[in-house]
Design a protein around this ligand. Sequence first.
Ligand code: FAD
Length: 323
Amino acid sequence: MTQPTDLSSSIIPTLREKYGELLQENVVLANYTTAKVGGPADALIVASSSQELEDIFTTLWKLNCPVRLLASGANVLFSDAGFRGVVVLNHARNVKIDLHHETPSVWAESGANLASMARQAGLRNLTGMEWATTVPGSVGGAVYGNAGAFGSNTAASLKVAEILHPTEGKQEWPVEKLEYGYRTSWLKRNPGKVIILSARFELSSGQPEAIQAKMSEFSARRRETQPQGASMGSTFKNPEGDYAARLIEAAGLKGTRVGGAQISEKHANFFINVNNATASDYYSLIQLAKSRVSEAFGVSLELEIELVGDFSVGSQKSSGNRE
Ligand SMILES: Cc1cc2nc3c(=O)[nH]c(=O)nc-3n(C[C@H](O)[C@H](O)[C@H](O)COP(=O)(O)OP(=O)(O)OC[C@H]3O[C@@H](n4cnc5c(N)ncnc54)[C@H](O)[C@@H]3O)c2cc1C
């Protein structure tokens, strides 16, 4: 594993001096992702508030240091080679609910847990984000990828996101500026260009029983249709007018296993880490699903999850490992 010379010889020593024990080195990313997969990052640093997030990113950007923000790791697949640079782990988790204005709103730092924020809003009789009580991950991850479920999504309630830009500093981006689409945004199409510090959602006042009933119904539906086990949720986006899970199942791949990664028997768009899977096991399974679905139905599946790092090496090794 080679590092850019200035990373090991100059950047990391500078960061060691600045952050001392707060800078962890050679950190295995599998411990920070929901699929429990991913090689080492050169360094990891935790940001506990949006102010810390701002300070850390300002420092790293000035040093020209390769950096990736990570929150719950529910939508990224880091390669087995890991990440050459610094991973910033977002623990900025403040949430505030404002019931005093005509339109009630919820503000949260980007590392706040989305489901917990949505539940807090529900407990204050605010409706509009019941869907989010069932989606793993952070507010920042949801704003980045337009997370959604049960017919709604982040874009539907987001009013404004506070963004940090490397040269232009802090800015308020109204929802329109994020150019949302299905599980995508300007941010996801331009990874690493800016980071989200916080977000404000506008909700409406609702009936407590109706809000609670919706939350219970959504979580029951999820338990019924989705498998347990370590995964990143849906691997591929649903193609226009169809479902990725239906296509993968129809291509005969339900239950297929590569190394320790398996296409779920319950929901074929969920790829489960059943036994110490590597990122290259996952990558081989992804390639297999893409090629079989393309051969059988002429549909080109597009990833919903993001691949980060180098997948060219390990994938060849594990493709002979198919069961
Ligand atoms: C069991 C399971 C079920 C799921 N079900 C759903 C579902 O129903 N609907 C759905 O939409 N998704 C679903 N997902 C996927 C996942 O929950 C969402 O994509 C979620 O929004 C990811 O948030 P995260 O905090 O884990 O992001 P991470 O995986 O930590 O990061 C994802 C990407 O966002 C970037 N990012 C994160 N925070 C910021 C920030 N503050 N500023 C800039 N960039 C940032 C990261 O750099 C990375 O590129 C599911 C996942 C699992 C494991």
